[in-house]
Design a protein around this ligand. Structure first.
Ligand SMILES: *Cc1c(COP(=O)(O)O)cnc(C)c1O
Ligand code: SF4
Length: 348
């Protein structure tokens, strides 16, 4: 962590120096379990005044090591639904394919904390072949989602190779890439990468901005390059205590993304993962924030608030609270201002 001060010497003597040192010291005990890494670019976004939302996402916290609330390393049972190494097949129609377990930045709230950064957990060429064979032989699969870790920590050549082989599989309707590189290392979104992405269009690229401070000029330029490839670009974020759990932060983030031509897709409830409890926000509070947002930003700028059900149940929306009383056919809905409405739910 001394490197932080080498990369940003002005942090020495700043208000955050003692805070960073205290965190580093307290983290010693957890460093065997969870890795720490940040890019110089992402570090440049962090404040020297306070532990801002950028620091909160990357700086280790002693609570990671003493998290007794959840002892589950794999709460979503991703490993249990793994027919071949590196492939999670939970929903009948789509699979998650982990192309890499490395990331540019290790986010402290990561739900795959158990395995990101572990060299030995990265899929080999043989595992990639086994995954492709599995996808080929299961015609019920319609979409393949490249995930990780960060799939963009693989070379363009490996990515192109995988994408082109997937393109040849007749029963696949769409391909998706989940990556945080536009946020943590926008320099990875090179002209060459974009040319490759254009050559395999259409694919859907889902990025992961959590806070408006991450929408820097450099990141916006990367998003513009991505949009020019003619592919659909979405964003998913995680609701995080102390980072983005306010109407203001959510409004600025989602409006900023929408203004940059990116559709906010999901807002995730933080998973029940070991070492991340201190990031969790009450669902009731999450619902309140969502409710206030609706009606205050354009509809297409609103992400859907979802929870990934523990045990591998899949994702469901956390939005039932608009329905405040009774049920169908006589529902009572509450709108973003808290007013009640009584639409007819039957078919007259
Ligand atoms: C989240 C997830 C997906 C993708 O779900 P969408 O709702 O299509 O975005 C697919 N498989 C698994 C195992 C997942 O956790
Ligand atoms: S980029 Fe994604 S997979 Fe990697 S550490 Fe962050 S949240 Fe986890």
């Amino acid at each position: 962590m001394e490197d932080l001060f080498k990369l940003r010497p002005e942090l020495l003597g700043s208000k955050v120096e003692p805070l960073i040192r205290a965190r580093a010291e307290a983290f010693q005990s957890a460093s065997a379990a969870f890795r720490f890494s940040v890019t110089p670019y992402y570090l440049s976004l962090a404040s020297s005044e306070s532990l801002c939302p950028i620091w909160m996402q990357v700086l280790p916290d002693e609570r990671e090591a003493s998290d007794s609330l959840f002892d589950q390393p794999d709460p979503l049972a991703e490993e249990a639904h793994m027919p071949v190494p590196g492939l999670t097949h939970r929903y009948p129609d789509r699979v998650l394919w982990y192309l890499s377990h490395n990331c540019a930045v290790y986010c402290r709230f990561c739900m795959r904390k158990r395995k990101v950064s572990r060299e030995e957990s990265s899929p080999t060429a043989a595992a990639r072949k086994a995954a492709l064979d599995y996808i080929r032989s299961h015609s019920e699969i319609q979409e393949v989602i490249l995930s990780g870790g960060d799939p963009l920590s693989q070379s363009d050549r490996v990515l192109e190779n995988c994408l082109k082989q997937l393109k040849e599989i007749q029963h696949l309707v769409s391909l998706r890439i989940h990556t945080r590189m536009p946020v943590t290392c926008p320099q990875r979104i090179t002209a060459e990468f974009c040319d490759m992405l254009e050559s395999v269009a259409p694919v859907t690229l889902v990025t992961h901005f959590n806070h408006p401070n991450e929408l820097s000029d450099v990141a916006r330029e990367a998003l513009t390059r991505l949009r020019k490839t003619g592919n659909l670009i979405l964003n998913q974020s995680v609701l995080l205590n102390g980072v983005n759990d306010s109407v203001e932060a959510q409004k600025e983030l989602n409006l900023g993304l929408y203004g940059a031509g990116i559709k906010p897709y999901y807002l995730h409830q933080c998973d029940e993962v070991n070492g991340v409890s201190h990031f969790r926000v009450n669902m009731e509070e999450g619902v309140r924030i969502q409710k206030e947002l609706r009606g205050r930003i354009p509809g297409p700028a609103l992400p859907q608030y979802v929870i990934d059900l523990p045990g591998g149940g899949g994702k469901v929306p956390v939005d039932s609270s608009y329905l405040v009383e009774g049920g169908y056919p006589d529902p009572v809905f509450e709108n973003y201002r808290g007013d009640l409405f009584f639409p007819r739910g039957d078919h007259p």
